[in-house]
Every structure is written in structure tokens, then in C-alpha cells.
Design a protein around this ligand. Structure first.
Ligand code: AMP
Ligand code: ZN
Length: 123
């Protein structure tokens, strides 16, 4: 039997999802949390995570389609709420680092939403 781990006790984003580590929340529902990145690249920089521990995009399966789809549909709405200017003059970057070669440092799937007027500190 395959054991699906919904939370990893050593994972910093699981701890944020469980309220064990504080974060500046942008959005929360039963399955999804969004919070400000602690080291923002730009005037707007927040992360969207599934509350369930999924290490990266590489582990996604059909059972994750709904939550990932909801995160992608939610992202543009939160971007505007957080101060990104409307498309096309404004806009934002959505980034999902995957694995070491992809630059992933925290191994709990997260989508970066980065925006606001340039110049940015990075990107
Ligand atoms: P990545 O390289 O895609 O894994 O990026 C991880 C991101 O998580 C970085 O941009 C960090 O600044 C951010 N980060 C790490 N710890 C925290 C934390 N406790 N609260 C908010 N953001 C964090
Ligand atoms: Zn986790």
C-alpha cells in the first residue's frame, strides 16, 4: 500500500500551513494558502501553496488537478488585490522552481507571484 504523506514535520511550508510558523497571509481556504515571500524580489511577491505536502511539480498526479487549477485561477485575482497593475501594461511573473537545477530551495510545491513596477531586486 502506498502511504500518501499529507504533511511533512520537517517542512517549513507545512509548518506555515499548520500555523506553527507565522506568515503574512494573503489568502487562505481549506486547501490553499498564499503568503508574502520573506525576501521579496519586487514590490509584490507572494507564494501560493497547496496545504497538502507535495514536494514539487515533479510529484503531481491526476489527483492534484483540481487544487493546482484552483491555484492558477486564484493567482491573477490575488495579484490585482495585492497591487499589481492590470494586464497588459502591468502584469506579473508566475514562477514555479522545480528541483535543484530549477533553483528550488523549499521542497513544498509553491508558485511565486512577482509583480509591481520595475526595477525589481531580482528577475
Ligand atoms: P524557491 O527557490 O522557489 O524554493 O523559493 C523559496 C522561497 O521561499 C524564497 O523566495 C524564500 O524567500 C521564501 N521563504 C523561505 N522561507 C520563508 C518563510 N518562512 N516565509 C515566507 N517566505 C519564505
Ligand atoms: Zn510541506
Amino acid at each position: 500500500m502506498t502511504v500518501v504523506k499529507h504533511s511533512d514535520p520537517n517542512c517549513i511550508f507545512c509548518k506555515i500551513a499548520a500555523g506553527q510558523i507565522p506568515a503574512q497571509k494573503v489568502y487562505e481556504d481549506a486547501d490553499i494558502l498564499a503568503f508574502h515571500d520573506i525576501q521579496p524580489w519586487a514590490p509584490v511577491h507572494f507564494l501560493l501553496i497547496p496545504k497538502m505536502h507535495i514536494p514539487s511539480m515533479a510529484q503531481l498526479g491526476p489527483e492534484h488537478q483540481e487544487v493546482l487549477g484552483r491555484m492558477m485561477v486564484l493567482a491573477p485575482r490575488l495579484a490585482l488585490e495585492q497591487g499589481c497593475q492590470p494586464y497588459p501594461e502591468g502584469g506579473y511573473r508566475i514562477l514555479c522552481n522545480t528541483g535543484v537545477h530549477g533553483g528550488q530551495e523549499v521542497h513544498h510545491l509553491h508558485i511565486h507571484l512577482i509583480g509591481g513596477p520595475r526595477p525589481w531586486r531580482k528577475g
